[in-house]
Design a protein around this ligand. Structure first.
Ligand SMILES: Nc1ncnc2c1ncn2[C@@H]1O[C@H](COP(=O)(O)OP(=O)(O)O)[C@@H](O)[C@H]1O
Ligand SMILES: N[C@@H](CC(=O)OP(=O)(O)O)C(=O)O
Length: 456
């Protein structure tokens, strides 16, 4: 049995739905289908999840919502009509959307989670109806029935271990099931959404918990490429890679996967196949454990992400001062701020933060406290920090890689603000200005992929 997840672009309209139905009917093993909310149909279009976020905001502000509710409903209605689903199904969807504004929520967070999850809920309901209307028996199954439980801890949504016990007890039967991705239930039965892109997480949890033979993740590209296709024209496709490579690359910007998403699949030893809904016969990218992998090239992929900021601190004899870092960490802890990386030298320390996890209004407060508490000789907040990650199992134990990364950047006058090598033996991390990140990717990509400097 395979878990087959379809991203938002794969379910954006009726013609995409048709492709997805063909994909499902081509393989009886595709028994558990995970849906995202309808995504963008064309560049500039708005994902249903983003419409629902607006809908939640208008509701919280007590503003007029009728027009937006209609826009959301139309996305589902057009698809449903194309498949001649029963009128009652469309009416249900319409009512559910309209009724959201009348539900009493405990707080605004609960309202936002519930509104957001409805992109997936309604798409799964509609998709199950469409499958039935073309003669493929299928049943909508909510994460509550499966027992997917999660809760917020330190601003993170953490899956409860009992989820796997529940999934173990779930009787799948012979029918296909359609499960909405992106959300779970709290122990007190409230909807809680994962991070954006989190339908990938649901697919991965189900793959591990229901002991699938494969986790198929259908998206809108033929493969995971060695660099973002929006930066590099026609980048090399990655046919086979390891979980670890994927984790590092998705963390640093390969948005094809949510970076947390593959952890359950890794823990369950489930191979992942990323495939294209628009070219389902293309083999896509297979992601496996390192024991099933032999590196054939040095670098597998190069990613960049601009969602970072950095705090640079300089103080002479910093390496001799007991408790210097501890004081800083205590201040960060007090503000509930986690950091991503902390490269240090004898007199210098850089702390790198994920800006998407930082509330902008607290930055000036914790900076002031750090300044007062540790009295650095120099301190700078770098707000536009990008991280570039060069990743490959083939880099392990190989000498001379770093110069091939740095040289092309030096040749093009791109300053490197930080290098972090060694923490993971399969990756090298660089810090640059955000404005330089795309060019840095191009030059590093050229060195490794267009100069035959690839073989192990
Ligand atoms: N290295 C990469 N390889 C493939 N796609 C990438 C890469 N880096 C970024 N992407 C982007 O990820 C997109 C697919 O992810 P996403 O939009 O989340 O899809 P879905 O809606 O199917 O979940 C691609 O369209 C592509 O623009
Ligand atoms: N719909 C949610 C969750 C998701 O996974 O979407 P997608 O598969 O389109 O990335 C989002 O937009 O974040």
């Amino acid at each position: 049995m395979k878990i087959t997840k379809f991203g938002g672009t794969s379910l954006a309209d009726a013609s995409q739905y048709r492709k997805v139905i063909d994909i499902i009917s081509a393989d009886a093993e595709r028994q558990v289908i995970v849906t995202s909310a309808p995504g963008k149909r064309f560049p500039g279009d708005i994902k249903v999840t983003d419409l629902l976020i607006q809908y939640a905001q208008l509701t919280l502000a007590g503003a007029e919502t009728a027009e937006l509710a209609d826009t959301i409903y139309e996305r589902y209605e057009t698809i449903g009509r194309a498949f001649q689903v029963e009128q009652a199904v469309l009416e249900d969807i319409h009512t559910i959307i309209l009724d959201l504004v009348s539900i009493t929520f405990h707080d605004s967070a609960e309202l936002q989670h519930t509104f957001k999850a409805h992109g997936e809920i309604l798409n799964a309901l509609l998709f199950a109806s469409c499958l039935n209307s073309v003669g493929i028996p299928a049943r909508f199954v909510d994460p509550r029935e499966l027992g997917i439980v999660a809760q917020e801890r330190d601003h993170e949504v953490v899956l409860a271990d009992e989820t796997y016990r529940h999934l173990n007890q779930f009787n799948l039967g012979a029918q296909r099931i359609v499960v909405p991705g992106f959300y779970a239930y709290t122990p007190d039965n409230k909807i809680i959404t994962f991070a954006r892109g989190g339908s990938d997480i649901t697919g991965s949890i189900l793959a591990a918990g229901l002991h699938a033979t494969m986790y198929e993740n259908f998206t809108d590209v033929d493969a995971i490429f060695a660099a973002n296709p929006q930066i590099i024209d026609n980048p090399a496709a990655i046919k086979l890679m390891t979980y670890r490579e994927m984790r590092e690359l998705s963390y640093a910007g390969f948005s094809v996967f949510n970076d947390e998403a593959i952890i359950p699949a890794i823990q369950g030893h489930i191979p992942i196949n990323v495939k294209n809904t628009n070219h389902p016969d293309a083999p896509g990218t297979l992601i496996v454990s390192d024991s099933e992998y032999e590196a054939r090239q040095l670098v597998t992929g190069i990613a960049a992400s601009s969602r970072f900021a950095a705090l640079y601190l300089h103080r002479y004899l910093l390496n001799k001062q007991a408790g210097f870092t501890l004081k800083i960490l205590q201040i960060l802890y007090k503000y509930g701020v986690s950091y991503e990386h902390m490269p240090s030298g004898i007199d210098d320390l850089t702390i790198i933060f994920d800006k998407s996890q930082l509330q902008p209004e607290i930055i000036s407060h914790f900076l002031a406290e750090i300044k007062e508490e540790v009295c650095p000789d120099e301190m700078e907040w770098i707000d536009d920090y990008a991280i570039i990650m060069v990743v490959g199992e083939g880099m392990r134990n190989r000498v001379g890689i770093i110069e091939n990364i740095i040289n092309p950047l030096a040749l093009h006058d791109i300053p490197v603000k930080m290098i972090n090598q060694g923490a993971s033996r399969i990756s090298i991390m660089l810090g640059t200005d955000r404005a330089d990140a795309a060019n840095a990717i191009k030059y590093i990509y050229n060195r490794f992929f267009n100069n035959n400097y690839l073989e192990v």
